[in-house]
Design a protein around this ligand. Structure first.
Ligand code: CA
Length: 664
């Protein structure tokens, strides 16, 4: 999609516009007066319009703002405006632009068209001042769980009252029909410590007015969207609140969610999508300073590195400042603990480092990662972009490891193409690259790694290790599709599916990178074979909570893997030097077996020598190991950290399509 910007002033002129210092506060309220401010150095005139309602109704009054030397316009309106709604209207070159709630609205009415005069203090839930982020010693301890609000709680069998809402995550004691924990209790029991929520800022693709009705009126179809279409970056999405009309409700409920997760020992990661907007022309950005916030091609049309019709210009001083301020705002106002940058490769390195630095000043344990790629070529030289290949220039920022993901499940261009998991040869090196955390390792032959021909991470904590996320087929669907294609027989037997799903999770959760689990993979969720389910109905995207009982063996396996990882530092050494010194791949003649040894004693692990073997062959593989007395804790799809059996000798039989973990 190609959208022509309404104003194509040369970026050169725009980049020299004055940028104000200090926080971008567009509205500050007190009972006696409200101060309004908007940055628009190109404006002839700026007005603020006051309304009684968040949509519709007559305008109550309009006020002209005064131009300041730093490019902002401001006015103080006396009287108590609490609860009133407002918009700004900017006139450029004699043309009034459409009204906007501003680029930094903090409270908005339904569908985010008008901002509200609000006392943010009044949105805090009880005991908010006592809310603290759970402790985190090192990024190497992070275990991510990626989740969409509706996927997670919309199934009636979740036993959750506020299904599909922020509040779902505040409900404890919820159970499925067989009495197994769901919701936040499920997350706690699983043992993850970071919950990465898909876009939860105000986005445009769900009509909040209808989403509100859908709960009580079955004639209104429920709408589903991942939410990668930002409208207001600094406000929670209304359709996840119990009342999108009252701006305070979504804010308070979001905070209640964070508070409940923190109480459960879980940090909250926000998926941030600063790289593009829903539509450039109708964006808050173009309604304040047209053209400024987007990159353009030499012919003046919008560049489209996001694949969504536009790409923001993080390299422009005000956009950079905006991103830094927005991240800080979510940390300070909402106590957010981490950020996942959508298409981080659209942003520039300097901006990402500026964000890391600003965040460090608050709390260096806040985790930052992103997709180290773009959808197509951004209008900025590759060497300046926050791409995976440039990760060494962005210390403390991680990127998704697609080498391991596709080495395990197959490439992203063809869903039918399988890889290591289904027994296809020549993917071992890509998986090994993921096991070491995308760092340089003497035993990883980069010539044979699928995508990167040189290691891109300085530290293993710079790589997100995963096999499935919201994008593409989830792992169960991918395994079904690839196995059917390979065998020319449709209908994978469930036992095989579960074996391979366990093998996949073993690879991810024993990797030195930072593991990420896509919600529901631990209970064999599927998406009925839908590849891009961004707007598919609940029937496709729902996690069926009955699965937790049906596939309890898989759930217990993943839960035990997480517990082992957390107890044993050898699986997350945290430093590249430690991994190079203490992770040794063991030789194996033949394809589809990866074996390695971890020197646990060297990193303070109670297990002195640990052997991990991944066997994706359809038959038993006999693997040679250093001679010793081993306690086997993972074998043939079962885990027991206290030991399943013992092995004495210099080789072990690894059953088909399964993993071994054992220690001396
Ligand atoms: Ca919205």
């Amino acid at each position: 999609m190609l959208v022509t910007s309404m104003h194509t002033s040369s970026a050169l002129n725009l980049s020299s516009l004055p940028v104000p210092v200090g926080p971008l506060t567009e509205m500050s309220y007190s009972p006696s007066c409200t101060h309004f401010s908007l940055w628009s150095p190109v404006a002839d005139q700026v007005k603020v319009n006051i309304y009684k309602q968040g949509e519709g109704g007559e305008m109550e009054s309009a006020h002209s703002l005064t131009h300041n030397f730093d490019g902002t316009w401001s006015a103080t309106i006396h009287g108590n405006l609490k609860g009133k709604f407002f918009t700004f209207q900017v006139t450029v070159n004699g043309t009034p632009l459409p009204e906007t709630p501003g680029i930094f609205a903090k409270a908005v009415g339904v569908n985010g068209n008008r901002a509200q005069v609000i006392d943010m203090q009044s949105t805090n839930p009880e005991r908010w001042e006592n809310d603290h982020r759970p402790a985190l010693a090192s990024f190497s301890d992070v275990i991510l769980y990626e989740m969409h609000h509706r996927d997670f709680s919309i199934d009636p069998e979740s036993g959750i009252k506020n299904r599909g809402k922020f509040l779902a995550l505040t409900e404890t004691g919820t159970k499925n029909a067989q009495g197994l924990p769901t919701g936040i209790d499920h997350l706690k029991d699983l043992g993850i410590n970071h919950l990465h929520i898909l876009p939860s800022f105000d986005y445009g693709s769900v009509n909040e007015a209808e989403s509100y009705l859908a709960d009580s009126d079955s004639r209104v179809p429920a709408q589903y969207n991942w939410g990668y279409d930002p409208v207001n970056y600094n406000v929670p999405e209304g359709s996840y609140s119990t009342n999108p009309y009252d701006p305070a409700v979504r804010i308070r409920e979001f905070k209640q969610m964070v508070q409940a997760l923190h109480k459960a020992g879980i940090r909250v990661v926000l998926d941030v999508v600063y790289n593009h907007v829903f539509d450039a022309v109708s964006s808050q950005f173009d309604k304040t300073v047209p053209g400024y916030f987007f990159r353009h091609r030499p012919n003046g049309t919008l560049s489209n590195g996001s694949g969504c019709g536009n790409e923001t210009a993080s390299d422009m001083p005000m956009m950079r400042k905006y991103m830094v301020e927005s991240v800080l705002y979510w940390i300070k106002e909402y106590h957010i603990d981490g950020f996942r940058f959508d298409l981080m490769g659209v942003h520039d390195i300097e901006t990402m480092n500026a964000i890391r630095q600003a965040v460090n000043a608050i709390d260096p344990t806040i985790f930052i990662y992103g997709e180290g790629w773009a959808a197509s070529s951004p209008a900025l030289p590759e060497c300046q972009l926050a791409m995976k290949a440039n990760a060494t220039q962005m210390p403390g920022i991680a990127a998704f490891g697609d080498e391991m993901r596709d080495g395990l499940r197959g490439g992203c261009s063809d869903d039918k193409e399988g890889a290591f998991l289904i027994g296809n040869p020549n993917h071992e090196e890509s998986v090994k690259f993921g096991i070491v955390g995308a760092i340089e390792h003497p035993q990883v032959n980069m010539e044979k790694v699928n995508y990167s021909k040189s290691p891109w991470a300085s530290q293993p904590t710079q790589m997100i290790s995963y096999v499935s996320c919201h994008d593409d087929l989830c792992i169960a669907d991918r395994l079904k599709t690839t196995l059917a294609h390979k065998s020319k027989v449709s209908g994978t037997d469930e036992a095989t599916l579960i074996r391979l799903q366990k093998l996949a999770e073993t690879a991810v959760l024993t990797s030195q990178g930072v593991p990420l689990i896509w919600c529901g993979d631990e209970i064999l969720r599927d998406k009925k074979g839908v590849h891009n389910s961004y707007n598919s109905p609940d029937s496709i995207n729902t996690i069926p909570w009955a699965n937790k009982s049906k596939y309890k063996g898989l759930y217990d396996y993943v839960r035990s893997l997480i517990a082992i990882r957390k107890t044993h530092p050898a699986f997350h050494m945290g430093s590249a030097d430690a991994v190079r010194a203490n992770l040794t791949f063991l030789p194996y003649k033949g394809a589809n077996v990866i074996a390695y040894q971890l020197n646990g004693a060297a990193v303070g692990d109670s297990w002195s020598d640990i052997i991990v073997i991944l066997n994706s062959r359809t038959k038993v593989s006999r693997v040679t190991v250093p001679h010793g007395n081993y306690t086997v804790v993972c074998q043939d799809g079962k885990i027991d950290a206290s030991g399943i059996t013992t092995v004495n000798g210099k080789s072990i039989n690894v059953p088909a399509q399964s993993a071994i973990i054992m220690y001396k």
